[in-house]
Design a protein around this ligand. Structure first.
Ligand code: NOJ
Length: 549
């Protein structure tokens, strides 16, 4: 692969937003915290690696694969919940946030995994699930026993029902997983569950609740974790009086990102809770951090979660929401960087996670989806800020069409089988061998079935193939680590032909992505990485390159 000979045309970008290049933070002597340009690798524990042969991934499996993560070249991991849980929502229904569920191991396994990660130079961040608990948590069990008006019920959101017999829910809010957000208990009261009925929402207006989460955070910080991912950060505050919402208005807005019409999310006093998390983190040394899961349509309101005394990062879902296309990507990059810059915060970039359809599938699946996914990864890994990879991104995994009987996501049942839920993106990773479970487990099965054709995508198969997606990621991550320009805020759009985008990082690092139907001429420079074959000076469709000019 060689560089092209056309000269660069440097003008402000076609979207009209001019982003002035900024001085290299390193040059200016500014100190960046480790997380500001870290590559985080999300481990969905059930699906990463099974250490005890029962078909479900666990902490011993993570510990045994630390070498893989180090060689991949990521800086940190984010572990989705491994806490005690009846697993009504894949562990996001926590019955003891300070213990490990037996299916994932023990606290000793956690400590060993943490030590192994730290010894390999990897930071460890864990999920914090503050919006709700499991209905099996002792607090909720006590609330059920204690009855209406009790202090125990005040930790949750219990209300009397409407209608003459109180047999209608207290308001019209829907659950995120389908049906009403309220469930009635035998004494006639109702409790709020924005997710599954097994996940009662907590009442953050009750000081006992923030105090408990301060304790939970300290429990893990004292053990040595480097930070948290805050689940449903935007849902923790509820409006006074819990009024009905205008469902017609909410539906008419037809956006996956909640707007202010949806009263379940993004109430102003949520920021008090974010500040509380920050205060706890700042009691510790080592730049401990928190990233929020914040789904909010309005950019300024989204950015408010990462003001200087709140969370450190907020997931940026704009690339997840974008259709495949240079214009769409440019708009996503521009708007999210502008929002973060307005509050002096660091950007983050996400293509997939355990809640969405994997990006190979979103981009069309098959060969075309895989090609586009590699090009998108190259862009993702060259943007200023933190990057979140989802386990399996580096293998080019697509969503799997699972049989009905395999589905476990509560969305499948709650939606009356209208929505197949998120299991298709949670299938365990293929590690080695010719047959399922492909070294994921020493046993004979995996908690979700793995497609036989994944033998070609196993880690073992891809390590042996220089052109594999895994080796591509390893190459990109190696270059990213060694390229000072990529560890600064410097970013400048470069004019590029229709259907493509191009930007510069620092003085000499240039990125070009072509999503148009025809090849585009490459600017001058040496190709240091490309997501697919480059045809001389021409960048083929659905391909991206890194150049040094
Ligand atoms: C967001 C998590 O990512 C998702 O998996 C979970 O179902 C909900 N929050 C509820 O905790």
């Amino acid at each position: 692969m060689s560089g092209g000979s056309d000269s660069l045309r440097r003008v402000s970008n076609p979207t009209g937003t001019h982003v002035p290049p900024t001085a290299d933070a390193q040059d200016s002597g500014a100190v960046r915290a480790w997380w500001q340009d870290a590559v985080f690798y999300q481990i969905y524990p059930r699906s990463f690696a099974d250490g005890n042969g029962d078909g479900t991934g666990d902490l011993a499996g993570v510990r045994d694969r630390v070498g893989y993560l180090r060689d991949l070249g990521v800086d940190a991991i984010w572990l989705s919940p491994f806490y005690r849980s009846p697993m009504a929502d894949g562990g996001y229904d926590v019955s003891d946030p300070c213990d490990v569920d037996p299916i994932f191991g023990t606290l000793t396994d956690f400590d060993e995994m943490l030590a192994a990660c730290h010894a390999a130079g990897l930071r460890v961040t864990v999920d914090l699930v503050p919006n709700h608990l499991s209905d099996q948590h002792p607090w909720f069990q006590a609330a059920l026993r204690a009855g209406p008006g009790s202090r125990e019920r005040e930790r949750f959101i219990f209300r009397d029902g409407r209608g003459p017999d109180g047999d209608e829910p207290p308001n019209n809010w829907p659950s995120q997983f389908g049906g009403s957000a309220w469930k009635r208990v035998p004494d006639g009261q109702w409790y709020l569950h924005i997710f599954a009925p097994e996940q009662p929402d907590l009442n953050w207006d009750n000081p006992e609740v923030p105090a408990e989460f301060d304790r939970v955070m300290r429990f893990w910080l004292d053990r040595g974790v480097d930070g948290f991912r805050v689940d449903v950060a935007h849902g923790m505050a509820k409006p006074a009086g819990l009024p009905d919402m205008d469902m017609e208005l909410v539906r008419s807005q037809a956006t996956v990102m909640p707007t202010s019409a949806d009263l379940r999310w993004d109430r102003d006093h949520v920021h008090d809770y974010m500040r509380g998390f920050r205060r706890t983190l700042e009691d510790y040394d080592g730049d401990r951090m928190a990233v929020g899961e914040v789904w909010v349509a309005d950019d300024a309101r989204w950015a408010a979660y990462v003001r200087s005394d709140e969370l450190n990062l907020a997931f940026n879902f704009k690339l997840i929401e974008s259709e495949w296309g240079a214009d769409e990507f440019r708009a996503a990059i521009d708007t999210s960087m502008a929002a973060m810059r307005a509050v002096g915060a660091t950007s983050s970039w996400v293509l997939s996670n355990h809640d969405v359809v994997r990006h190979v599938s979103r981009y069309g699946g098959g060969e075309i989806g895989a090609r586009r996914a590699r090009a998108a990864a190259l862009v993702q890994l060259s943007l200023p800020g933190a990057v979140y990879l989802y386990n399996g991104d580096e293998l080019g995994l697509a969503n799997v069409e699972l049989p009905d009987e395999a589905l476990q996501d509560p969305i499948w049942e709650r939606s009356g089988h209208a929505d197949r839920g998120r299991d298709g993106g949670r299938v365990p990773l293929p590690w080695s061998g010719e047959r399922p479970p492909f070294g994921f487990s020493n046993g004979s099965r995996s908690w979700l079935p793995m497609p036989p054709e994944w033998s070609k995508l196993s880690v073992q198969a891809q390590l042996a193939d220089p052109g594999s997606t895994l080796n591509f990621y390893r190459h990109l991550l190696g270059i990213r680590r060694q390229t000072p320009q990529l560890h600064t805020d410097s970013f400048e759009w470069i004019d590029s032909p229709a259907g493509s985008l191009s930007f510069r990082r620092g003085n000499s690092f240039v990125v070009v992505l072509n999503t148009g139907p025809a090849p585009v001429s490459l600017p001058m420079g040496d190709v240091v990485a490309s997501s697919g074959p480059v045809d001389g000076d021409l960048l083929p469709t659905d391909t991206a390159v890194w150049l040094r000019d």
